[in-house]
Write a protein that binds this ligand. Structure first.
Ligand code: CMP
Length: 613
């Protein structure tokens, strides 16, 4: 597979510079398969792609991919010979398509499948599909604004009415064309696992799903109205025929409301957009949902405003209707529209603003009731969506606050002393720094190499400062990093108590500690030092107490993990034993000096070691 890939990349016309470059090639494969799947690439045995660079590499690679003049189709299918526009119908080589298909080869196969499916099938991940959806969203939105507006306010307005008529005729044609295009538009299946490219399957799927609704909403009402109007003007009709035509136009006007069903297209486009957009990016989905929500709310207000005016206009403005009461019968359409929207909002939000009198007629009553219900629905929809969004936004900070509140409740429930409470709060803030993550759980779902990369980043200071890690075999460093546990101690905390049993040792990332014994031996350790190892090596009790002198960021290594590492790297064991032995000598010396007065020449010779090393 890899050799095919290499061959394909070298054969690629126009893209060869990028794909032939061994570093880019290597990075491409790393990018797709991740560092642990290097065996896919024949040259990966010599690969030195350093893990911490991966993110930068991804970004650079993405940039390079974007600069490639064609797409993956050029690489494998030889489409570069064909006209440029055809490329727009095929999926592109980018981060998202790689995420969906998993590898360049799979993407190439997809292109081949599309090629086999026949002419003019638009792939759901192709650029043209994105442009088309954006264009149709725009047209649908304008339609959904213009249709009720025209129906309610612009009937008889010559200039605006004429422009709208032209626009409506164009969009009627477009929506009919859209139905035809949908028969050639690849479909992503419900589970997002497959893309249907066979024209028969696409047609079947479309006929079963949106076809009927699309067909009804694309009914070219404007053509009908235009023809009827032409007849009305041209014929020197009898009174009977004229009244019949007027009724037909009125019916056509109301019937034209079915075009509002085009809102279904908006819903579909948004959901497809969400589906095609990088589905593993919460931010993208959130953004799309917010746009969708706002668009729907705007539409609802607009429609409601139009209905407010449309119903009295259908009844030929009865005397007690709000339009007559506000003296708007002959006002310009923009004034009527503004009042209509104002009334709609007053009902929907439930704010009576003086001028909104109680409804008089039966029809007005129903309009107001509909407004109120739609307003309540809008409100619910908004609250539900915003709440859902807020739950997803900054979940770590929320978890932190909730845990902190829980902790505070616990402290007051247990009636802990003030001083202890403040120490606990300070610890919590220093340890989690405003965000709560279950690091163990997060790391457990990642591969070993990624874990090492993350830990390498987290413990970079430690690796730099601890002399034990300097110039060491990378395997040793990785083995230790994978086993470390982050711990924070505050000033004054007793980290180790003398004569206690020990279960772990510590590396100091930041901070200072005091090592002291009952015999008043004192020494300080700081960044890069380690302590607590003697107990693990000798399996005896702690030889000294260790107290934090400042806020300390430490990494601990449990006894079990410590033994595992030492078993694997005996040379480190030797080194640790020698340091431990020196430390014990120092302690012993100090004790001896305290107990025995110094001989006259001031020297004392050590005979035994408690370590037995
Ligand atoms: P342990 O005995 O497990 O717990 C106390 C720790 O203090 C001990 O391991 C050493 O890591 C550390 N320690 C003991 N003596 C000295 C010393 N002389 N200098 C530095 N650190 C010491």
């Amino acid at each position: 597979m890899a050799s095919d890939l290499e061959k394909a990349t070298t054969e690629a016309a126009g893209c060869s510079d990028v794909y032939n470059s061994p570093t880019t090639y290597q990075r491409l494969v790393n990018y797709i398969f991740g560092p642990e799947k290097k065996e896919v690439n024949p040259s990966s045995t010599t690969s030195t792609a350093s893990a911490p660079d991966t993110v930068e590499h991804d970004l650079e690679l993405e940039e390079e991919l974007n600069n490639v003049p064609g797409s993956v189709t050029d690489i494998n299918m030889g489409l570069s010979k064909q006209s440029r526009w055809r490329r727009l119908f095929f999926p592109q080589l980018n981060k998202h398509s790689l995420y969906v298909y998993g590898s360049v080869t799979a993407l190439q196969n997809e292109c081949a499948r599309q090629e086999a499916a026949g002419v003019c099938i638009i792939h759901p991940f192709s650029p043209i599909r994105n442009y088309y959806i954006m264009f149709m969203v725009f047209i649908t939105f304008i339609n959904l604004i213009a249709i009720p507006m025209e129906l309610a306010f612009l009937e008889g307005e010559h200039t605006e009415g004429f422009h709208l008529m032209i626009f409506n005729l164009c969009s009627d044609t477009l929506f009919l064309l859209d139905i035809a295009i949908n028969f050639r538009m690849g479909v992503i299946t419900e589970d997002s696992e497959m893309v249907l490219l066979d024209p028969k399957l696409i047609a079947c799927h479309y006929l079963k799903s949106w076809f009927v609704l699309d067909l009804i909403s694309a009914f070219p009402v404007d053509y009908v109205i235009l023809i009827v109007k032409e007849l009305e003007e041209d014929q020197s009709t009898t009174t009977y025929t004229a009244s019949k035509l007027v009724r037909i136009v009125l019916f056509a006007r109301i019937f034209s409301l079915i075009r509002l069903l085009r809102v279904s297209r908006l819903v579909r486009f948004f959901s497809e957009w969400e589906q095609v957009a990088n589905s593993n990016m919460e931010a993208v989905r959130l953004f799309i949902r917010i746009i969708c929500l706002f668009a729907m709310i705007l539409l609802l207000c607009h429609w409601n405003g139009c209905i407010q005016y449309f119903i009295p206009s259908l009844q030929d403005f009865p005397e007690d209707c709000w339009v007559v009461r506000e003296n708007l019968t002959h006002a310009p359409w923009i004034e009527k529209y503004s009042f209509g929207v104002f009334r709609a909002l007053s009902h929907m939000i439930g704010v009576g603003y003086g001028s909104a009198d109680p409804p008089t007629g039966e029809a007005e009553l129903w309009v107001v009731m509909t407004s109120m219900v739609s307003g309540a629905l809008m409100y619910t929809m908004m609250v539900a969506n915003v709440a859902a969004m807020m739950t997803n936004v900054d979940a770590a900070s929320k978890a932190y606050r909730s845990k902190f509140n829980h902790l505070e409740d616990y402290m007051s429930y247990r009636k802990l002393p003030k001083n202890l409470r403040s120490r606990i709060s300070t610890y919590y803030q220093a340890r989690y720094q405003g965000k709560w993550f279950d690091e163990r759980e997060i790391l457990n779902v990642l591969s070993e190499s990624l874990k090492v990369e993350i830990l390498g980043n987290l413990c970079s200071d430690l690796v730099k400062t601890v002399p034990m890690f300097q110039g060491r075999d990378i395997n040793f460093i990785n083995a230790v990093l994978l086993k470390l546990q982050c711990e924070v101690f505050q000033e004054g905390d007793i980290i180790i108590r003398e004569k206690a049993a020990g279960d772990r040792m510590f590396f100091i990332e930041h901070g200072r500690v005091m090592v002291k014994t009952e015999q008043n031996f004192c020494t300080e350790l700081a960044d890069g030092d380690y302590f607590g190892e003697i107990c693990l090596l000798t399996k005896c009790r702690r030889t000294a107490s260790v107290q934090a002198l400042t806020l300390c960021n430490l990494f601990s290594l449990s006894a079990e993990k410590f033994n595992e590492v030492l078993q694997e790297f005996p040379e480190i064991k030797e080194e640790m034993l020698s340091t431990a032995s020196q430390r014990l000598w120092t302690l012993q010396d100090f004790e001896d000096q305290k107990q025995t007065p110094l001989p006259e020449n001031g020297t004392k010779i050590k005979e035994t070691s408690t370590l037995g090393v």
